[in-house]
Design a binder for this molecule. Structure first.
Ligand code: NHO
Length: 367
């Protein structure tokens, strides 16, 4: 049994689920002793200074009761020093939203620290950072990097894309529903089998927010940027040089006058005034025997990426999606027009954490 050290930054929704899944995995692992040496939130941290490992069964109360003076080690210097002084391989798990942490990935990787993360920032911001991350990982003694959960949560989207490319297939087009929030919204606003009791778009947004499917401010979902980040990652891994996630057309569902609303509540209150516009979009689709959905599309041959509303035939897989599920279709030379399809829950802490843990297991298998 070889010993591996794990450092976890970010212990919110995904982080908590990840730690509980990691604890269960560590108990049943036959090949590795997993020693968790750091768990940190924005303002607090627990650290195993002698590298003997934290107790994953009690981490939450340990973190809560850790004195407020126990701040996370300063990032990146102290953290890097602590990790690179460990007496064995180290895997850094970044479960934050932080762009500042993502900007330091190349430094950690080139120091031999392995990285797994659901944080999209490092892979979907500037192209320079994306390239620096991969070249640091590929350099001699560079750490492995995996980020499956940045697209489709635990669904095998990035690993499928890699397998298709590595086996010599040619990616023609990738398209689908990449946002759990948008999926839920349109499946309830424009269902495949209308019952006549559908709600206006603003009420669907309010309901999705109450159920916890949207970000606290729904504009962060409706602006399309989350989907654009996912498409940027897929495009870059398919070989396209996408400079920024805003360098291609993104259809925002935020009415212009509401962009400057000062709170989520003000935004939601004003959204009802624009229900008529969304109704027109829905009715236009219905008149063609179709339903409207919010999708992302990547045409590799043409080098085009787009994010926005599109009509889909009622018999199509996209139209038949349920709840907050994602669907991703890979059109390739080998699979032809029928496509290879990956479908299922694409948002939520448990399934996202599963994507992160499966990446950590991939690193373990390579050590
Ligand atoms: P939280 O609950 O806000 O937790 C963030 C944690 O990071 C907190 O503990 C905070 O204290 C800590 N933190 C922030 N900055 C820090 C710093 N500088 N130092 C130390 N700690 C710091 O966020 P979540 O929900 O747990 O998300 C964590 C990461 O997973 C984010 O990068 C998020 O984008 C990513 N992620 C989440 C989901 C999800 O469902 N929650 C998904 C994918 C990736 O597949 C999901 C998805 O795409 C959902 C999407 N909205 C959709 O499709 O509708």
């Amino acid at each position: 049994m070889s010993k591996v050290y794990v450092a976890i930054i970010g212990a919110g929704g995904v982080g908590k689920s990840f730690i509980s899944q990691l604890n269960a995995y560590a108990l049943r692992s036959k090949n590795h002793i997993i020693s968790t040496i750091l768990i940190s939130r924005s303002s607090k941290a627990i650290l195993s200074k002698d590298y003997s490992g934290l107790n994953l069964a009690t981490w939450e109360s340990d973190l809560a009761s850790s004195s407020s003076s126990v701040k996370p080690p300063s990032f990146p210097e102290e953290t890097l020093k602590f990790l690179t002084s460990a007496p064995g391989p180290v895997i850094l798990v970044d479960n934050t939203f932080s762009g500042a942490i993502a900007a330091e990935y190349p430094r950690f990787l080139s120091s031999g620290v392995h990285l797994v993360t659901p944080n999209k920032k490092g892979f979907s911001s500037s192209l320079d950072l994306f390239k620096a991350i991969y070249s640091a990982s590929k350099a001699q003694n560079g750490g492995y990097v995996f980020h499956e959960a940045t697209v489709g949560a635990g669904l095998p989207v990035l690993s499928t894309l890699k397998d298709l490319i590595d086996t010599g297939d040619e990616i023609v087009k990738i398209e689908g529903v990449f946002s759990g929030t948008m999926s839920y919204l349109f499946n309830s606003f424009a269902p495949l089998s209308p019952s006549g009791a559908e709600k206006p778009f603003s009420a669907c947004v309010a309901e999705a927010r109450e159920l916890g499917y949207t970000e606290p401010d729904p504009r962060d979902d409706l602006n399309g940027l989350d989907v654009a980040r996912k498409l940027t990652i897929l495009a870059r891994l398919s070989g396209l040089q996408v400079s920024e996630p805003t360098s291609f057309p993104i259809q925002s569902l935020i009415p212009k006058p509401l962009e400057s609303a000062t709170s989520a509540e003000e935004f939601l209150a004003g959204l009802a005034d624009f229900d008529g516009e969304m109704d027109k979009v829905k009715t236009a689709a219905e008149s063609k025997g179709a339903v409207v959905r919010y999708v992302g599309s990547l045409d590799v041959g043409k080098g085009e990426v787009s994010v926005g509303l599109r009509n889909f035939d009622r018999g199509s897989a996209v139209a038949g999606l349920k709840g907050s599920d994602n669907i991703i279709s890979f059109y390739t030379k080998r699979y032809g027009e029928r496509a290879m399809i990956v479908q299922g829950a694409g948002a939520g802490a448990e399934v996202t954490a599963m994507g992160v843990l499966s990446d950590l297991i991939k690193v373990l298998e390579r050590l």
